[in-house]
Design a protein. Structure first.
Lengths: 411, 142
């Protein structure tokens, strides 16, 4: 029996690795200088910590240290990349129309969609690509959407709700050949899967510390310096830190922890990927064999090894989570949000609203054990079968009534 | 969001789960009223069935089934408890606000209580339709 509750919500955030915390601690109480202080040891030591972290972060994605901008996390990184490019490469001055074309997809994270929507209001034109049922954006879709005035393409690497993997190297190649700038929100990808910004044709890449067993409140944006040299308009101005792209006193302990987290991910990536993939496959195959009308959402193969999104027909997601109270996870159900709308990501895949309400996202991490997955399989199975005894929809299904043919009074 | 102890109790030990037979059977039985409200795409479907004693005209038994969150399950479970032993008119007095109060539902879950009230009304309406009882007549029979 594993220690309860068990944590299967690593796509939301991860436990900070104790080795990361250990490396951070001296930077709170001993090496507490401001890296901007150029004239004393406190400042120099803090700067040395940052330099080391920058090297480790760059090394994880095949970049040069000078190409790493530390941010507060992926939301800030995405905002800086998207708004910074739009402002810098705008084809017409603020206040006018036709300022340039941006391509993204409808099932991106809100930290990409909301900045893009703001730019749309400010005179930029936007194409929102729609994925197929497998949740993927293909290089072909991007190619067809490119225009002469396209300045930016922003497509995430791995989706945060369903874990599907977009063909980023192929998309990058096409965008590069076209002469536009390519940004990818790689928050769910980097640290878990091999990344090389050169061979993968990436100009801007966002990732975050707390998704890779590092601390919260720290992340990085990769900004290409050659072939081509990408320039951004700063969104946070002040003391000129981070080559002027991101002012503000450095979060030295956070940056040090981020660097350590990157290093550990690089060291353990191959073994972790294999281990987690085996656990995910077991989780999916066991649940599918024990529960009828149970669908894994998203592409069958092109998915992250550490997460799965499963719809259990005739059972509502929040009700299900309440039953499996010792398993921390997420649901695409409306009830987990204030909006009462089910997941827009699942809707984008054409998953019916009813199955979107019935979905669970289970995401594993470095500290997930095989014993925990066995426990989760049993608990989820019991909960689904129990709730189906309560479900009028399951009765209808068993009586052979197609619930999609019933005229429901919506409320 | 934390659930109230009463929601957890009804969720963990739902009262009166079930139905009085297959969909076809209950349709034919004039002693039974069935209400199905909500929609799968909204994330809630509630089915309420009442069995009315032909002599006393009281609801002698009630059953529910619910596709929904914990608060929806608790609201319908509580409603079946309240329905038993009531006349139809008394049952119509049950308001969603009573359910909200009893279960301490937060604002975001009020729609669950509304659905339970709708389910009660829908089941009673079905019973009356089956038995040719006009709405007004029933309303003045006590």
């Amino acid at each position: 029996m594993p220690d309860l509750p068990i944590y299967l919500d690593n796509a939301a955030t991860t436990r900070c690795d104790p080795r990361v915390v250990e490396e951070m601690l001296p930077y709170f109480t001993e090496t507490y200088g401001n890296a901007g202080s150029r004239n004393h040891k406190f400042g120099w030591d803090a700067e040395a910590g940052i330099d080391k972290a920058r090297e480790r972060a760059a090394s994880l994605i095949g970049a040069q240290p000078k190409e790493i901008i530390f941010t507060s996390g992926s939301t800030e990184g995405n905002n800086l990349a998207i708004k910074g490019v739009a402002e810098m490469y705008s084809k017409a001055p603020a206040g006018s129309e036709k300022r340039g074309h941006i391509i993204t997809a409808i099932h991106e994270h809100k930290a990409v969609l909301d900045p893009v929507k703001r730019l749309q209001k400010q005179g930029f034109e936007v194409t929102m690509l729609e994925p197929g049922q497998d949740g993927l954006i293909t290089a072909e879709m991007v190619k067809d959407a490119l225009r002469e005035d396209t300045i930016l393409v922003t497509i995430m690497w791995a989706n945060n709700e369903i874990g599907t993997i977009n063909p980023v190297p192929e998309i990058g190649k096409i965008v590069k050949a076209h002469g536009a700038i390519f940004h990818t929100d790689a928050t769910q990808w980097v640290g878990k899967m091999p990344t090389n910004v050169d061979t993968d044709s990436i100009d801007l890449l966002t990732w975050s510390g707390h998704k890779i067993f590092g601390p919260k409140g720290i992340g990085a944006l990769y900004v290409r310096r050659r072939k081509p040299r990408v320039r951004l308009t700063a969104q946070i101005e002040g003391g000129g830190q981070e080559r002027g792209y991101r002012s503000g006193t450095h979060n030295v302990p956070g940056i040090v922890g981020f660097g350590k987290a990157c290093e550990l991910c690089a060291e353990e990536m191959d073994s972790e990927r294999d281990r987690l993939l085996a656990l995910r496959q077991k989780l999916e195959s066991e649940l599918k064999s024990r529960i009828d009308v149970c669908e894994v959402n998203g592409h069958a193969e092109r998915r992250m090894p550490n997460m799965t999104n499963i719809s259990f027909g005739f059972v509502e997601g929040e009700g299900l989570m309440m039953k499996i109270k010792d398993i921390a996870c997420s649901s695409g159900s409306a009830c987990t949000s204030a909006s009462l709308e089910p997941s827009y990501v699942l809707k984008a895949l054409g998953v019916g609203d009813e199955l979107a309400h019935s979905s669970l996202r289970l995401s594993m991490g470095r500290f997930t054990t095989a014993e925990e997955i066995d426990y989760a399989i049993n608990e989820i199975t019991d909960a689904v079968l129990h709730l189906r005894k309560l479900s009028p929809l399951y009765d209808m299904h068993m009586e052979g009534i197609d619930i999609s043919t019933i005229e429901w009074a919506s409320h | 969001m934390a659930y109230s102890p009463k929601v957890i109790d009804h969720y963990e030990n739902p009262r009166n789960v079930g139905n009085f037979g297959s969909t076809a059977d209950v349709k034919k039985d004039s002693a039974i009223g069935v209400g199905v409200v909500g929609a799968p795409e909204c994330g809630d479907v509630m089915q309420m069935q009442i069995k009315v004693n032909p002599e006393t005209k009281k609801i002698e038994d009630a059953k529910f089934k619910c596709f929904g969150c914990g608060s929806a399950i608790a609201s319908s479970s509580l409603a079946t408890e309240w329905l038993k032993g009531q006349t139809l008119d008394e049952a119509l007095e049950i308001k969603n606000t009573d359910i909200v109060e009893e279960l301490s539902l937060p604002p975001v879950k009020i729609h669950c209580s509304v659905l339970a009230e709708d389910a009660i009304r829908s089941a009673i309406k079905d019973y009356k339709t089956k038995n040719n009882i006009a709405e007004e007549q029933a309303a003045h029979s006590h």
